[in-house]
Design a protein around this ligand. Structure first.
Ligand code: SF4
Ligand code: SF4
Ligand code: FES
Length: 756
């Protein structure tokens, strides 16, 4: 963007398109303003969410006073412009373009997956291309199987959308253009990685060239019922649509012009609790267990409405509510709010993608929250944002966008937070108490304990000096840290005094919703009922095999309700698949509550926490033509009392030597993603050669160890790309015990040899 443009960006302008007076702001392209005003301009290579590709020329328009047609997808609109989007010449040129697209495009629409929703098919008809006047020599170009997606070069029109998504949005950078006249093709430079994120590249393909391998040849697109919903996996609540036929989900699609799905959202859909009928005996036992429960344990995979039902049961029976991850997050945010005066962080995903500098601390962000990583990638690609990644483990999948990796010692997050804040607030005017806290820091000691060099911090400070629009992304390593509440207060100073766009990414599932709706307790006691957590009596959406101690529940793709996303939005989910059993609301009603449907609780979600008293059926669920999101509603900002009291920084010891980091791999978040066919992968305890030596383990050895009372049996595998003495241990395969693993993510464990 040049200086002139940046000065004028946002200024009100008025122009005429096809005789219609359109008011907008400077900085937008002609096509953006046309779409805001419901004026149609045909395109083949335009994809709203990436920068203009400008390769097809279908979007040409005439601008009065300008010689020759111009590309409306690329050209910024100017005040007073008079534009025509269609006339005889423009039509003829577009028709010619379509003829060229059809050169040697095989006539196999009858068997093509895209048939019925293909841009080439539609525009060939729209521009009346009835013959193929141009031809070239036929070439044999076989279909390539890239794992999750398949590529047919013969069908590819080289629009480049897939490449741009792979680069600008998901950042896997797997796809590239290979030029060669009529042999031009797309290549996958990382086939061995089988990136599930390429599903998003397939989603934007306007023809049948790049398709989901598993979906291919399974059904006709027009036979599928489309059910709009939201992804329940990581807490991002991304917009998604179930495509269903005969009570089976065939695929997930999304409004790809404006939104993106990660591999888990795209391929993690077959986790429904199948063939369940009403088991009245088990139901009576469940009601009885709930009535007498001292503690109700529950996982994050529940809707806001179910969280409210549990809260109401607590108010009725006095049972404790235990949801450990959500509780840790609740306490963290409560301390954070004591500094900012607001219930939640102020940051947004859009704020991240617009940032020029981003700091990531205390999260393996790509695995924890893919949509957040995508927004960091956008900032990197669009604004060359500096990305500082602070973590004990380097993430090789982030390497292409991270400009500075700062490695710190596990356990030293409080010291690191203090060092970071001290570094970044140097130029700011601060209240006396905060300044005194920073002045009292023993920088040398903190730096030595955390292993973060003062020169690294100085480099960070200098690299950010000329930047603006800062973001801070923090995550789950911090919430269960023994000093979590103090860390929250320290980091909140960056939002409060340096106007950082901060996102405290909630743990996977609906942890944010739970933390706002439920009055959670800390310690389990007495008789327990678990909802998707192992307990004395278990309500399980993973199926049951013992009706004396368990009752089936619907999975999240079998339920209506809302989720609260990490973008602070309350979004509706709809039923994709039928469910014949009892639901939590039936138990609540048997205990004396009174609601016909679970979604009767939508309008009762707590207004004091930012929810709105709106009925489920009144919640919108779409994007408008110019990309404005109308999905549910945004939580309203709630003020909380300010009481800044920072303590002296304490360093934890005991985290040297070989340790285990519990973090799920990409596309895995819970026992539910674990049972999805397309996401299945072998599970290991993964560590470096150095870890193997330090903990006396050999490659392929079976070991067992205990974290939070949960016994893991794992095969240890050496990963030669890893360094250091921290191994990765997932928990998503631990079924209903997985939610019990909720302590600080780094732990020292004793390895025992397990059966060979
Ligand atoms: S594979 Fe599809 S999206 Fe990619 S360049 Fe070819 S036609 Fe365009
Ligand atoms: S897992 Fe998260 S990032 Fe992926 S589609 Fe679902 S909500 Fe979006
Ligand atoms: S949409 Fe403008 S060149 Fe393709």
């Amino acid at each position: 963007m040049n200086i002139h443009n940046s000065i004028n960006t946002g200024k009100a302008i008025k122009l005429t398109i096809d005789g219609k007076v359109c008011k907008s702001t400077f900085g937008k392209t002609i096509i953006e303003i046309a779409r805001e005003n419901d004026i149609y301009i045909p395109t083949m290579c335009y994809l709203t969410k990436v920068k203009p590709i400008a390769s097809c020329r279908m979007c040409i328009v005439d601008v009065e006073g300008v010689e020759g047609p111009i590309l409306s997808c690329q050209e910024k609109a100017t005040d007073g412009a008079v534009i025509r989007t269609n006339n005889k010449e423009l039509y003829a040129e577009r028709q010619n373009i379509m003829k060229l697209y059809n050169v040697n495009h095989p006539l196999e629409c009858g068997v093509c997956d895209k048939s019925g929703e293909c841009d080439l098919q539609n525009k060939t008809m729209e521009f009346n291309v009835e013959t193929q006047p141009f031809t070239t020599r036929e070439q044999h170009r076989p279909v390539e199987n890239w794992g999750h997606v398949s590529y047919d070069p013969a069908l590819c029109i080289m629009c480049e959308k897939c490449v741009r998504v792979s680069t600008e949005i998901t950042g896997d950078e797997a796809l590239q253009l290979k030029f060669g006249g009529y042999s031009s093709t797309i290549i996958n430079t990382k086939i061995d990685k089988n990136y599930a994120s390429l599903g998003e590249a397939a989603a934007v393909c306007p023809v049948g060239a790049l398709v989901d391998t598993n979906f291919k040849y399974t059904t006709n697109a027009w036979e599928l019922e489309k059910i709009p919903s939201a992804c329940p996996h990581c807490g991002g609540g991304c917009q998604m649509t179930y495509e269903v036929k005969n009570d089976m989900i065939y695929r997930m699609t999304n409004n790809y012009e404006f939104t993106s799905l990660c591999g888990a959202g795209r391929y993690g859909f077959d986790y429904d609790n199948k063939n369940v009928s009403k088991d009245t005996k088990a139901f009576d036992l469940a009601v009885n267990a709930m009535k007498n429960a001292d503690s109700i344990l529950f996982a994050n995979q529940i809707t806001n409405e179910e969280a409210l039902i549990l809260q109401k049961i607590k108010e009725l029976t006095g049972a404790k509510l235990i949801s450990a991850e959500a509780r840790a997050y609740q306490k963290f945010m409560s301390s954070y709010g004591e500094v900012t005066g607001k219930q939640l962080y102020s940051g947004t995903l859009k704020g991240i993608s617009e940032s020029k500098a981003i700091i990531v601390l205390g999260t393996k962000i790509y695995d924890d929250a893919p949509a957040v990583k995508y927004h960091i990638n956008m900032a990197s690609k669009w604004h060359r944002a500096r990305v500082a990644y602070l973590h004990p483990l380097e993430d090789l999948e982030m390497k292409n966008i991270v400009t500075q990796f700062i490695k710190y010692e596990a356990g030293s997050e409080e010291g690191v937070a203090a060092l970071l804040v001290d570094t970044l607030l140097k130029e700011f005017e601060l209240p006396k108490g905060v300044q005194a806290f920073l002045d009292d820091l023993d920088i040398g000691n903190l730096s030595a304990e955390s292993n973060v060099g003062e020169e690294e911090l100085e480099f960070l400070r200098k690299s950010l000096i000329k930047k603006n629009d800062f973001s801070l992304v923090v995550g789950s390593d911090l919430y269960a840290h023994p000093r979590a509440t103090q860390i929250a207060k320290i980091l909140a100073l960056l939002e409060k005094y340096a106007n950082f766009n901060v996102l405290c990414v909630p743990p996977a599932g609906n942890a944010m919703g739970i933390s706002l709706i439920c009055d959670l307790d800390d310690e389990v006691s007495g008789k327990t009922v678990g909802y998707n957590v192992e307990a004395d009596f278990t309500l399980s959406a993973l199926g049951t095999n013992d009706s004396k101690n368990s009752l089936d529940m619907p999975a999240l793709n079998q339920q209506e309700g809302t989720l609260t996303t990490n973008d602070k939005r309350v979004v509706p989910m709809n039923v994709a698949l039928p469910y014949g059993g009892y639901v939590l609301n039936d138990i609540a009603n048997a205990l004396g509550l009174d609601a016909r449907y679970t979604i009767d609780y939508t309008k009762q979600l707590p207004v004091a926490k930012g929810f709105k008293a709106e009925t489920f059926d009144s919640l919108p669920n779409h994007f408008d033509a110019s990309g404005v999101e109308h999905r549910g509603y945004l939580l309203s900002e709630q003020k909380v009392a300010v009481k800044v009291k920072l303590e002296e920084v304490e360093m934890l010891d005991g985290f040297d030597g070989a340790i285990v980091y519990h973090c799920n791999p990409k596309e895995q978040f819970s026992a539910f993603t674990n049972i999805c066919n397309a996401l299945a992968e072998e599970i290991f305890l993964l560590g470096s050669q150095q870890f193997a030596t330090a903990s006396k383990l050999s490659d392929g050895q079976k070991v067992s160890f205990v974290i939070d009372g949960v016994t893991f049996e794992r095969v240890f595998k050496i990963d030669t790309s890893m360094k250091g003495t921290i191994a990765l241990n997932p928990s998503y395969d631990m079924g209903l015990s997985a939610p019990l693993v909720s302590s600080y993510r780094f732990s020292r464990v004793d390895f025992m040899k397990a059966g060979s």
